[in-house]
Design a binder for this molecule. Structure first.
Ligand SMILES: Cc1cc2nc3c(=O)[nH]c(=O)nc-3n(C[C@H](O)[C@H](O)[C@H](O)COP(=O)(O)OP(=O)(O)OC[C@H]3O[C@@H](n4cnc5c(N)ncnc54)[C@H](O)[C@@H]3O)c2cc1C
Length: 396
């Protein structure tokens, strides 16, 4: 069971300092990427989360290795995975990728990110936005957020709270009616060398199953694009199939549609903005990518180079530039479960050949390419592959 370090009950006293220059709500991938980008800006940055940093993982924790290097989190890497294997009831294909995945330890990764920040942290559960002030006198007037430890206000607010989009206007995102997928996995002891993926309708009608090895641990899970379809039985079925124990469950919802990244004076990054990619359900590197972009805009405001409204507009437009790529992946997500299984097996085998594999995965990484160095996000154009991904692939 996850050890619970979070303050409870009477220990959750009202916050001492209820104002900051930047308030980042959510201390996971997106929130920490924003905070890291603000290090050295000379601002009072406050990160709040309902749990301790790194306490609760909700992901298989695999990301492109180049991204983990760029974020300075090498210590967290557990296993590098240069190949993916795709399995259908009618055959399997093994792909050698033009870049590698790495599985990592969530707690360690969060701690490594936090070491690179100079922000304050408080445990608090965010409930909603406070009422807007009666008279708005300045361009960067404070916005108030209500938490279980009192109200906190700041002129710059980031919602990195995940799929629920707590600080969005109107109702929070609610399954099963939202454009959202669901995922569940188990973490038994185990092994493996590839990132395995099953597209098998006898396991999950609209979705896929995976196994991610992580140096002695095996993260076996199932994701369903149809939020009404439960994934517990399919996850147990996969564990039986792989002859591993169905132990240490963790699961969550993850979005498969973009939402406005700037709305009502608030910046949204990661799952709260729907930045998780449709089809693959990959949302860690996109949380980093958009978190960095958000952090840069906030920095420009803090430096007096932009107003908050200008930064919101620029960040919202940057996120929107990626809408085409998300649309394509969304269509693939709708299409793949409808392809006749034998045809799908043939397509998967064809796509695994060196050239199509290199082309497809280079473009896929190019949706949110890793910065060459931690300081360079010049390659902001959607679909433009990063130079670090140009190494050719070889047949597996
Ligand atoms: C089973 C599963 C496996 C996955 N595997 C992968 C994978 O291997 N690779 C990959 O790239 N993606 C994977 N994903 C998707 C990925 O986990 C998400 O896209 C990613 O976590 C998004 O990061 P985030 O920082 O935006 O949100 P989150 O990681 O969800 O972080 C939100 C943070 O906000 C905090 N929070 C939430 N509500 C409140 C509140 N009211 N008050 C205070 N704090 C709050 C949470 O405690 C958390 O720390 C997986 C998803 C699932 C469900």
């Amino acid at each position: 069971m996850t050890r619970r370090a979070t303050l409870r009950g009477e220990e959750r006293t009202p916050l001492q300092e209820a104002r900051a220059d930047v308030l980042i709500c959510g201390g996971s991938f997106a929130g920490l990427a924003v905070a890291r980008e603000l290090a050295g800006a000379g601002a009072d940055v406050l990160v709040v989360d309902r749990y301790e940093i790194g306490e609760r993982a909700t992901s298989a924790c695999a990301a492109p290795t180049d991204w983990l290097h760029a974020m300075g989190v090498r210590r967290a890497i557990r296993q590098e995975l240069p190949c993916m294997a795709f399995h259908t009831p009618h055959g399997s294909a093994r792909y050698r990728l033009p870049w590698s995945w790495s599985s990592f330890d969530y707690r360690e990764l969060c701690h490594e990110l936090w070491e690179q920040c100079d922000a304050r942290f408080e445990i608090a559960k965010v409930a909603s936005r406070g009422a807007p002030p009666e008279a708005v006198r300045t361009a960067n007037y404070d916005i108030t957020v209500l938490t279980d430890r009192g109200a906190i206000s700041a002129p710059l607010i980031v919602d990195a709270l995940g799929w629920r989009r707590v600080l969005g206007p109107g109702e929070n995102v609610q399954p099963p009616d939202a454009l959202i997928s669901r995922g569940l996995e188990v973490h038994p002891h185990g092994g493996g060398v590839d990132l395995d993926c099953w597209i098998d309708r006898s396991v999950v009608r609209y979705g896929y199953a995976w196994s991610v090895p992580a140096d002695g641990e095996q993260r076996v899970g199932v994701g369903s694009y149809e939020p009404r379809h439960h994934v517990k039985e399919p996850t147990k079925q996969m564990a039986r199939r792989l002859d591993v124990d169905a132990v240490r469950y963790q699961g969550n919802w993850f979005p498969h549609a973009l939402r406005p990244a700037a709305e009502d004076g608030v910046f949204f990054a990661g799952d709260s903005a729907g930045h998780c990619l449709p089809l693959s359900g990959e949302g860690i590197r996109t949380a980093f990518y958009f978190g960095i972009a958000c952090g840069r805009e906030l920095r420009a405001v803090l430096a007096g180079e932009r107003t908050r409204e200008q930064a919101l507009a620029a960040y919202g437009a940057f996120s929107d530039e990626h809408a085409g790529a998300y649309r394509v992946m969304g269509r693939l997500q709708d299409w793949v479960p409808r392809v006749p299984p034998r045809a799908l097996a043939s397509l998967i085998a064809l796509a695994g050949r060196r050239r199509p594999c290199s082309w497809a995965f280079t473009r896929y990484l190019g949706v949110a390419p890793p910065p060459e160095t931690t300081g360079d996000l010049e390659s902001r154009v959607p679909w433009r592959p990063s130079p670090t991904t140009s190494a050719g692939s070889s047949p597996a």
